[in-house]
Design a protein around this ligand. Structure first.
Ligand SMILES: NC(=O)c1ccc[n+]([C@@H]2O[C@H](COP(=O)([O-])OP(=O)(O)OC[C@H]3O[C@@H](n4cnc5c(N)ncnc54)[C@H](O)[C@@H]3O)[C@@H](O)[C@H]2O)c1
Length: 349
């Protein structure tokens, strides 16, 4: 019989409703939600009623429960260190949304408390775990050779309405922090190397009354012979982020183009697509997760992994250092953008 992980959910917003709630309801043999928490007490009460569990508006109260093995931390990124520290002190496993923190100092402190306590910690870098992502690794090894340059792009509508945390630079860290960390994680994962230097550009050009940069471009070096170019735009006035939003065709660009020694790959994990070309021709694979929208279904994969890490002692992937290394790139990119120059990342290897 599978051992169930007793978890408490902190933060009951969009990502809970769209991804984690459907996943945990599917994985009831592996998870029992014992309590939910949101500062919006009405929301917490309604979720608790729908799940048949307890609720509280105070995460400290949730973490003090003796029947808890784990937490899902699904709040905006300005609620991280204090909660993770408390969970670490109590020996609870943590599944944390990205990004891991909003400053490099806070990210380093999260790494320290997780390592010293020895708790299981994993985060939400979903793109590594789609079926086509496995094919990509094989393709690089068997056909295309060493990856040298990755162009990663993310485009869409401006996120959130007035007052939404995403429109507050201090609460969200901007779009490279919020969306870019997913792509930076894939750069590291494909290259097998940490970033060593960055140059960056950004500003407000399209949605002039938008409070944070609507374009951010970052050139990232990964050692002497590998680089990535990251382009994030949220330059179209529009509705809040929704997986149903398709956007005009012109913005429907491949998320990753990976230029290798012997060819190139177009890698679109969220669509379940991988295409490639080399001197002998090319090919393509379409392998979406079976049974519905990728954005939602990946929650099942990620939570099944979390269960294995917490119950079977399997080493978490991604782990807390992966979270830190993405924040490090964002931190240096912000500084490079402000200073208008290339910055080396100390200790990048
Ligand atoms: N992995 C992905 O693809 C993906 C997609 C969307 C969002 N996210 C991440 O998930 C996180 C949450 O995003 P969202 O879109 O669900 O945000 P949201 O604003 O829809 O929901 C956040 C919820 O957290 C609650 N909250 C805030 N502070 C709290 C506190 N101190 N204690 C308890 N509850 C608190 C809010 O009341 C709200 O209900 C963010 O870090 C975001 O970057 C990840």
């Amino acid at each position: 019989m599978t051992t169930r992980l007793h978890t408490g959910i902190i933060g009951l917003g969009a990502i809970w409703r769209m991804r984690h709630k459907p996943a945990l309801l599917k994985l009831q043999d592996r998870f029992q939600v014992v309590a939910v928490c949101d500062v919006n007490e009405q929301q917490a009460k309604a979720e608790a009623a729908s799940l048949g569990c307890d609720y509280t508006p105070d995460w400290r109260e949730l973490l003090a429960r003796p029947d808890l093995d784990a937490i899902h931390l699904l709040t905006p990124p300005d609620v991280r260190l204090e909660v993770i520290r408390d969970a670490a002190n109590r020996g609870k496993a943590v599944y944390c949304e990205k990004p891991l923190a909003l400053t490099l100092a806070e990210a380093a402190e999260v790494v320290r408390v997780v390592k010293e306590s020895g708790i299981v910690y994993t985060s939400e870098f979903v793109r590594r775990f789609f079926p086509v992502s496995r094919h990509l690794k094989n393709l690089l090894q068997e056909k295309l050779g060493e990856p040298r340059l990755i162009v990663g792009e993310s485009h869409g509508a401006a996120v959130g309405g007035p007052g939404h945390w995403m429109r507050d630079q201090v609460r969200s860290g901007g779009y490279t922090m919020d969306f870019g960390v997913h792509l930076i994680d894939i750069f590291r994962w494909v290259f097998g190397h940490d970033a060593t230097a960055v140059q960056a550009f950004g500003g407000r050009y399209s949605v002039l009354d938008h409070p944070i940069n609507d374009i951010e471009a970052t050139a990232i070096e990964f050692g002497a012979d590998k680089a990535a170019h990251l382009l994030i735009t949220r330059a179209v006035p529009g509705e809040a982020f929704s997986p149903a939003w398709k956007g005009p065709v012109a913005l429907d660009r491949p998320e990753f183009v990976i230029y290798c020694e012997k060819g190139l790959a177009i890698f679109e994990p969220m669509k379940g697509k991988l295409a490639w070309q080399d001197a002998s021709g090319g090919g393509q694979i379409e392998e979406p997760l079976p049974g519905g929208p990728q954005f939602v279904l990946i929650g099942e994969v990620m939570n099944a992994n979390f269960h294995r890490f917490a119950i079977e002692g399997v080493k978490p992937e991604p782990d807390v250092v992966d979270g830190y290394k993405t924040i490090e790139v964002v931190f240096y990119a912000d500084a490079a953008r402000r200073e208008g120059r290339r910055l080396e990342i100390p200790g990048g290897s």
